[in-house]
Design a protein around this ligand. Structure first.
Ligand code: NAD
Ligand code: IPM
Ligand code: MN
Length: 363
């Protein structure tokens, strides 16, 4: 059966890396005989320029009529001074909300072949393999009010961290389900020594844990978690946390993988329509120069094959091809210390395609 995939390239390097994912999926389709139908939609800055809104209705409709969504990245200096509702980032937040993509999975793995360029010592990265489960449709990003205001004539501002119990419950359940298929440990990260929202989060975590007696639950304060991720990263299996905590901790944890350009993600809903996006942004500092690492995006496509289409072998083939290319010493600029020894984005994509073809020939 044809699998309909909505492709939303977005801005900056989003466009460059999305093409990589499409190329790789075409290669997978060719070898494993799947038919993928790619339909393109606008989001972010480009959508503001062409349609006057960061998430046009047609884009949302396209997504709803697809089996899965692949998104590059949005944003850039051109739109940074726009009012909140006309910022590219609003398009991303809206699509997450509209499609109810409440669970953002960000897997962190250290790649032994990248140790030479890692800021961490070899043994530090041994056994590093954890999953950040970031709540994606609530918390500080969506709470109302969020506005400039004034108090007794003085300029003031408010953002709101709001959660319903059931929203906390479903993200924790997702984390426990995922932990059950892994090493059976959940670290729930909060700020329960200060925040009311975290106190409820902790209570709900305890209740959910009661239903998963085979999974160990620990609580960790977010400031300590930020330190522990660097100090002893192999202590973690599944980390589950509030929207903004998860945003910050995952960029930090990306460095264990070697680069932000290595980190994929899956944004899952309860209704079966999921979105896949790299953790990184549109990287205006390197956009248009062929310097983007396409691996985060390509691994996001592999997550799509696994979570949306249950094509485990095909997903594994992509991950293996990426590993082969890295082992062969081919690196984009973010992964090398040698200023002149790197391959441009397009060549990296070609290398991964070739590795896929080579692997398939051996099968
Ligand atoms: P960023 O993730 O775009 O870039 C941070 C740093 O990492 C930059 O130095 C960049 O060059 C580097 N980098 C990121 N991805 C890379 C890749 N694939 N290969 C090589 N290097 C890579 O974050 P930022 O600079 O803080 O934000 C830039 C814009 O992107 C902003 O408008 C922000 O709002 C937006 N953003 C969007 C998303 C998204 O669409 N999901 C995520 C984060 C940031
Ligand atoms: C991410 C990004 C977004 C977020 C921004 C661009 C709204 O940083 O996907 O990690 O904070 O969720
Ligand atoms: Mn982020």
């Amino acid at each position: 059966m044809v699998k309909k995939i909505a492709i939303l390239p977005g801005d900056g390097i989003g466009r460059e890396v999305v093409e990589g994912a499409v190329e790789i999926l075409k290669t997978i389709g060719h070898y494993y005989r799947h038919e993928f139908d790619f339909q393109y939609g606008l989001i972010g800055g480009e959508a503001i320029d062409q349609c006057g809104t960061p998430l046009p209705d047609e884009t949302l409709e396209l997504c709803k009529q697809s089996d899965a969504v692949l998104l590059g990245a949005v944003g850039g200096p051109k739109w940074d001074q726009n009012p909140a509702h006309l910022r590219p980032e609003k398009g991303l937040l809206n699509i997450r909300k509209q499609l109810d993509l409440f669970a953002n999975l960000r897997p962190i793995q250290a790649h032994p072949t990248l140790q030479d360029t890692s800021p961490f010592k070899g043994e530090h990265l041994e056994g590093v393999d954890f999953l950040i489960v970031r709540e994606l449709t609530g918390g500080l990003y969506f709470g109302k009010p969020s506005e400039r205001t004034n108090q007794n004539g003085e300029e003031a501002v408010v953002d709101t961290l709001f959660y319903k119990r059931k929203d906390i419950e479903r993200i924790l359940e997702t984390a426990f389900e995922l932990a059950r298929k892994r090493r059976k440990k959940v670290t729930s990260v909060d700020k329960a020594n200060v925040l009311e929202s975290s106190k409820l989060w902790r209570e709900v975590a305890e209740e959910v844990a009661y239903r998963y007696p085979d999974v160990e639950l620990e609580h960790m304060l977010v400031d300590n978690a930020a330190m522990q991720i660097i100090h002893k990263p192999n202590q973690f299996d599944v980390i589950v946390t509030e929207n903004m905590f998860g945003d910050i901790l995952s960029d930090e944890a990306a460095m264990l993988s070697g680069s932000l350009g290595m980190l994929p993600s899956a944004s899952l809903s309860a209704n079966g329509l999921h979105l896949y996006e790299p953790v990184h942004g549109s990287a205006p500092d390197i956009a248009g120069q062929g310097l983007a690492n396409p691996i985060a995006m390509i691994l996001s496509a592999a997550m799509m094959l696994r979570y949306s289409f249950h094509l485990m072998e095909e997903a594994g083939a992509i991950e293996k091809a990426v590993k082969h290319v890295l082992e062969s010493g081919k690196r984009t600029k973010d992964l090398t210390n040698h200023p002149n020894q790197y391959v441009p984005t397009k060549q990296m994509i070609e290398e991964i395609k070739e590795a896929l073809a080579d692997d398939f020939a051996i099968l």
